[in-house]
Design a protein around this ligand. Sequence first.
Ligand SMILES: C[S@@+](CC[C@H](N)C(=O)[O-])C[C@H]1O[C@@H](n2cnc3c(N)ncnc32)[C@H](O)[C@@H]1O
Length: 294
Amino acid sequence: MLLEEVAALFRDCRRIVDGTVGGGGHAARLAAAGARILGLDRDPAAVAAARAALGAAAEVREGDFADAAAAADVRAFRPDGVLLDLGVSSPQLDDPARGFSFRRGTPLDMRMAGAGGGPSAAQWLAAAGERELAEAFRSGGDERRARALARAIVRRRATGPLATSDDLVGAIRAVLGPRSGPDDFARIFQAVRIAVNDELGRLARALPALLEVAEPGAVLAVIAYHSGEDRVVKRTMRDWASACVCPPAQPVCTCRGRPLGALLTRRAVRPSAAEAEANPRARSARLRAFRKLA
Ligand SMILES: C[S@@+](CC[C@H](N)C(=O)[O-])C[C@H]1O[C@@H](n2cnc3c(N)ncnc32)[C@H](O)[C@@H]1O
C-alpha cells in the first residue's frame, strides 16, 4: 500500500528496519531500490511468507516492533530508515482459522502472534470488564453505542461464552439493530483485534524507542488504517517537531527546548484514487513521516 510514496520517502536510506514486514511487499520495493532490509513481524506465518518472497533481498525474523529498539541486531544494524505499516495483512484476514474476520463460523482468535500470543479474542471477551469493553469499542471502533454493546456482551456471556464470529455478530445485531451490517461488524471486530493485541499501547511505546535507535537524519514512516492509531502517530510526530512541549500556561520552558527533527508530511498522505479503487483496504490508509535531526 502506498508503495511508491513509501519508496520516495526512503530514497536516500541505506539500512531500513521494516517493523511490519508482512508479505514483504514494501521490503521488496525498498530492497530493489538498493537498501538493506531488516524485516520483523510478530506473526510467524508472515515471517515464513516474507522469507519465501524476499529470499536474500532481506533479513527477516520474528519480532515485535515495540521491542525492536532494545534488540541487539536492530541496534547493530544502525537503521537510517524505519517503516511501520500497521494493522492486519490480507493473508491474516483471509485465513478463517486466524479469526480476524466476521465470516460465519470463525473462531474468535485474532492473535497477531498466533497461538502463543496471549489471550485470544474469545478469552478477552470473556474476561474484560464492562468499562474496558466499552472503551475498546469506542477507541478502536468509533462506536457510539459502546456502553450498550459492552453491557450486552457482559449479559450475554453470563449464559455462555462468545466463541465464534456468529456469537459476536449476534451481540452486535442485538444492540445496533437488524439494519446493522458488514461495516458495523468490521468496526467492532477491528476494535476487538486492537484490544486483544494491545495495538495502540505497542505503537505508543515503539515510536519514541525507534526514534532513539535510528541514526541521525533517519526517516521514520508509519501507515495507519484507523483514526485511533493515526492520532497516536500524528501527535507523536508533531510533538517531536516542536521546539517546546511544556504546558502552554508554564512561564519558563523546562523541556528539551528544541525539535527532534522535522515532519516530512504536513498532512497524512492518502492513497491515489486509482489505488483506493483497486484495493478497498487502502482507502483508510494514512501515511505520515518524520526525519530525525541530522
Ligand atoms: C499491513 S501488514 C504489513 C504488510 C507489508 N508492509 C507488506 O508490504 O506486505 C501488517 C503486518 O504487521 C504485523 N504486525 C502487527 N503488529 C505488529 C507488531 N507489534 N510487531 C511486529 N509486527 C506486527 C502483522 O502481523 C502484519 O503481518
